[in-house]
Design a protein. Structure first.
Ligand code: GLN
Length: 485
């Protein structure tokens, strides 16, 4: 039995019946990492010794009659922009290469409470800026379905590790699609919760008004279970929502009779690969057959979503990343003779090309004279987009679209052309601008054998509708394929 390819809920049952131990699971996952990750490169750091140690402790806990909760004894990989106490957290950047946090992110504390296993820290685009994982200081991640292709980004490691059986589940962050797009390209489930549902305390900030942590898994059941663990109010994050946290597993209902689905025309047109489009259309047909109503709608201001995002996200990034100055964190150029020179040399060498590009765009947009023309205007258009969504959700329960306009593209294909790279975020960015919950689930394989992702967007705090739709479609689609690696 390949334990590394079972889901967390299947493994939990086997732990409960004492059929297997956490050590068995952990060894299976670590063995897979050892044999495959040289090729895939989804891990920046592998925590072999401490993972096995934790697994032994969990096994003792279980033998001693301790509770087996969701993710007790289960390896969950963590994106390397989420702080883990005593374990390097690099953001895949040279500037943080040797940064060891002195505290755990809130979500890590929550996972530890359930006695999860940390197999290691996962690769990503530097500071979560990118859509292909090619912007990592530690080298690109390869797509397990075809190693000449990208896994998507910025959470390429979290997506590829789950697809390749190198983790049971994982956690990533999503600022403009960084959970959903790589999930789509790697054939796994990726969920971005409502902004504010998951604490960002200990998530190294990219664009604070957009960033949100969320799960990767192989099915909706694990996704809901992981949401149960990580969601909830945290006084350490001022944007955290102080309200009830539902039991997300209650929304795993295979029933969408009467559900009203809107399909935004703007996300189904230009540049969408015909195979992606037909996959989404066939899922919509299934939804219709199950008793949901499906209607094409228009969200006119989506036309501006990319432009708005690529002003707001870099502006926030330029401010957030000013703290990496060689004084407080990580890398410092020691040859500099003056403080100013030290800042310059440290940042010039510490940051990669894409991060510098974003800092420059953001600094420009925020500078005197341009602030009104760019940043402030972008904020206004963001409000128009939010209003458009509000209008749509007064009529529809969920919106459905492709997650990514294309399947996984070739490594190197878009690196010379940032604009083409930015365009691949067209379907995912709107949910971040409006703070909405959204998931990507596998919808099938293309004729080249590459995964296609389907996106379901819900209204603020209406994870219930998103989960119910995703669960029902997951059952109807029956995606069981696995990469042959
Ligand atoms: N691909 C988008 C970007 O490069 C989104 C990244 C993300 O969600 N972190 O900004």
């Amino acid at each position: 039995m390949e334990l590394n390819y079972l889901t967390a809920h299947e493994l939990r049952e086997k732990l409960q019946s004492r059929e297997i131990s956490s050590t068995d699971i952990t060894q299976s996952v670590l063995g897979r990492i050892k044999s495959k990750d040289k090729d895939i490169n989804s891990y920046i750091r592998i925590e072999e010794k401490s993972a096995l140690q934790s697994a032994r402790e969990v096994d003792n806990h279980i033998t001693g009659g301790g509770n087996i909760e969701d993710f007790t004894g289960i390896p969950v990989g963590i994106k390397d922009n989420i702080c883990t106490r005593g374990i390097t957290t690099t953001c895949a950047s040279r500037i943080l290469k040797s940064y060891i946090p002195i505290y755990d992110a809130t979500i890590i504390k929550k996972l530890k409470k359930n006695n999860y296993i940390l197999p290691g820290k996962l690769n990503m685009d530097e500071f979560a800026m990118g859509s292909s994982n090619e912007n990592s200081h530690f080298g690109p991640v390869k797509n397990p379905w075809d190693k000449t292709r990208v896994p998507g980004g910025s959470s390429g490691g979290p997506a590829a590790s789950v697809a390749a059986g190198e983790a049971i589940c994982s956690l990533g962050s999503d600022t403009g699609g960084s959970i959903r797009q790589p999930a789509a390209l790697c054939g796994v489930v990726g969920f971005k919760p409502t902004y504010g549902m998951v604490s960002r305390y200990g998530l190294i900030a990219f664009a604070s008004s957009l960033d949100q942590i969320g799960p990767f898994s192989r099915d909706m059941e694990d996704c809901a279970a992981l949401l149960n663990v990580i969601c909830g109010h945290d006084p350490c994050d001022s944007t955290s929502i102080n309200g009830e946290v539902p039991d997300y597993k209650n929304f795993l209902k295979d029933d969408i009779r009467g559900l009203k689905i809107g399909v935004p025309r703007e996300l189904m047109v230009e540049g969408i690969d015909p195979e992606v489009k037909s996959s989404v259309e066939s899922a919509l047909k299934m939804a219709g057959d199950m008793g949901a109503s499906v209607e094409e709608i228009s969200i006119p201001n989506l036309e501006y979503a990319l432009n708005v995002y690529y002003i707001i996200a870099p502006s926030e990034a330029s401010s957030n990343l000013s703290r990496f100055d060689g004084v407080r964190y990580g890398f410092r150029d020691k040859s500099a003779k003056t403080l100013r020179k030290m800042y310059q040399l440290t940042r010039a060498q510490g940051f990669g090309e894409e991060v510098k590009r974003r800092i420059m765009i953001g600094t420009y947009c925020l500078s005197a004279g341009y602030y009104d023309a760019y940043y402030e205007k972008a904020l206004k258009v963001r409000t128009l987009i939010i209003n458009d969504f509000n209008k749509a959700f007064s009529k529809y329960d969920v919106l459905i679209s492709p997650t990514s306009p294309t399947t996984a593209f070739k490594l190197g294909e878009r690196t010379e052309d940032p604009l083409t790279m930015y365009l691949s975020d067209i379907c995912t960015i709107p949910a971040n601008l409006a703070g909405l919950p959204a998931v990507s689930i596998p919808a099938g394989l293309s004729s080249e054998g590459l995964p296609i992702g389907l996106q379901i967007i819900g209204n603020t705090l209406r994870e219930d509708n998103v989960i119910r739709t995703a669960y029902s479609l997951e059952k109807a689609i029956g995606f069981k394929a696995r990469p042959k690696i």
